[in-house]
Design a protein around this ligand. Structure first.
Ligand SMILES: NC(=O)c1ccc[n+]([C@@H]2O[C@H](COP(=O)([O-])OP(=O)(O)OC[C@H]3O[C@@H](n4cnc5c(N)ncnc54)[C@H](OP(=O)(O)O)[C@@H]3O)[C@@H](O)[C@H]2O)c1
Length: 308
């Protein structure tokens, strides 16, 4: 039911403009989250005018915004050119746990906000996910058949379709397993915490993905924007591995011998909603267009060693 054949549409809609573009102002919805936060800092460092929002995680640099209740017109968006949409219920099981609410946040009100922004000529940059694919074969290119297997993926697909159908200018950026290098920032931080608490670290050897450093996602977004790119892109490095291999590699690098890594299957977990076994994306189009060098994992491990 959720199979879509969009190759032709993607091909005709993928437009390129290699000139560097001066952007007047950028709104980041969800700038208090992992990706939004790094992107906000990166764009600010580049000297861009950036306005960001938070929902529950208060931050004096950001403005309160609830996608369900706050009118978009109350944000100081006059004269802005782009809106990076990071606001979401981003946990797969949370979307399934309360489908009604997650649909309101991730789809209905997001579409409304994107539409209202477009009325002010603000171009959407939507952060989507590898979850729009079924995760059977992996290596997904931008124009491959989308066929999500969980509610979260279906919600992402709905917003993608809304944008594809109604907008000429847009960026849809799909990403995979994103991690940061500080406390609380994704899988490595989580593993270190479990190690410190002497907990078992269950890692599926049949779950394949491309771990992506959040700083690279922020830089990648910056590059796409700077180059005035439009269309669909996968910001993802070329290398991929399974979760178990990754954990072994990580703790080996840190020379930690007594981490309690337990090899298992994704099927052993009692998740509320389905998980993809092979979600890795093909990011070659993005790499070709931007020339971004993704940070090698070992470099990230070095930072993590110092920070955590
Ligand atoms: N991280 C990944 O591995 C990954 C992979 C693929 C795709 N993505 C997608 O990338 C985007 C950003 O991900 P992330 O990892 O940065 O997620 P995150 O850390 O969970 O951040 C989500 C953001 O959404 C905001 N938010 C939540 N409910 C909201 C509401 N009702 N109204 C307005 N804002 C609300 C949060 O604000 P508060 O924190 O202030 O409450 C936060 O700023 C999401 O769309 C996610 O689905 C992420």
């Amino acid at each position: 039911m959720f199979i879509y054949f969009l190759s032709q549409k993607y091909e005709s809609l993928l437009k390129k403009n290699m000139k560097t573009k001066e952007i007047n102002g950028i709104l980041i919805l969800g700038a208090s989250g992992l990706i939004g936060r790094y992107t906000f800092d990166h764009l600010k460092k580049q000297g861009k005018k950036v306005i960001g929002t938070f929902y529950k995680n208060k931050n004096p640099e950001l403005i309160y915004f609830d996608v369900v209740k706050s009118p978009i017109n109350e944000l100081p968006i006059k004269g802005l050119e782009l809106a990076i949409i990071c606001s979401a219920i981003s946990k797969i099981d949370e979307c399934k746990k309360d489908v009604g609410y997650s649909q309101q946040v991730n789809v209905e009100n997001l579409k409304r906000s994107i539409y209202q922004l477009s009325e002010k000529n603000i171009v959407p940059v939507f952060i989507s996910s590898a979850a729009v694919f079924d995760g059977v074969l992996g290596g997904y290119k931008e124009d491959n058949i989308r066929n999500p297997i969980n509610i979260y993926g279906k919600q992402k697909l709905e917003v993608e379709d809304f944008i594809l159908k109604n907008f000429e200018k847009y960026l849809i950026v799909r990403i995979e397993k994103v991690f940061g290098i500080r406390k609380g920032e994704g899988l490595f931080a989580d593993w270190i915490l479990k190690y410190k608490n002497k907990e078992k670290i269950f890692c599926a050897d049949d779950e394949v993905f491309s771990p992506t450093y959040v700083g690279d996602v922020a830089q990648g977004l910056g590059k796409l924007i700077e180059k005035g790119m439009e269309g669909v892109f996968h910001i993802t490095p070329q290398n991929y591995c399974n979760r178990y291999e990754l954990a072994i590699n990580f703790f080996d690098y840190l020379k930690i011998k007594d981490a309690r890594i337990v090899k298992c299957s994704l099927d052993d977990f009692n998740f509320l909603d389905k998980r993809s076994k092979n979600s890795h994306l093909d990011g070659s189009r993005f790499i070709k267009e931007t020339g971004l060098r993704f940070t090698p994992l070992e470099e990230c491990y070095e930072y993590i060693k110092k920070q955590i």
